[in-house]
Design a protein around this ligand. Structure first.
Ligand SMILES: [Zn+2]
Length: 110
């Protein structure tokens, strides 16, 4: 069920899936915590949208590093041999997608 977190944040879920997801989130602590973490990442990256493209990636990561819990997650991703593969892949793919979108938006503003 937590593979719906990114589609949910990107608002690509249909109404039925969105309802199922929100219902699941009420019951499931694990997904709730993962959603909260993803929202922080999304928020941190989105707040950088107006910056110049070359600064976007670095500033986004700086901002994430400034948050204690995200710092732990990111550190786990890059230092542990086996962190939590499922979560890691999702965080990384989400970061890459969001950074790509952020850069595209920044380019449109020039
Ligand atoms: Zn769950």
């Amino acid at each position: 069920m937590n593979d719906m977190i990114i589609p949910y944040l990107n608002q690509t879920l249909n109404t039925e899936d969105k309802m199922k997801f929100l219902e699941h989130i009420r019951e499931c602590k694990e997904c709730r915590e993962e959603l909260a973490m993803m929202m922080k990442v999304k928020k941190a990256l989105e707040s950088q949208k107006k910056e110049l493209p070359k600064a976007v990636k670095q500033q986004a990561f700086d901002k994430i590093n400034a948050q204690k819990d995200m710092k732990t997650v990111i550190t786990d991703l890059f230092t542990n041999e086996i962190p939590t593969p499922k979560t890691s892949i999702k965080v990384v793919s989400y970061l890459l997608t969001t950074i790509k979108n952020t850069i595209n938006l920044s380019l449109e503003n020039i």
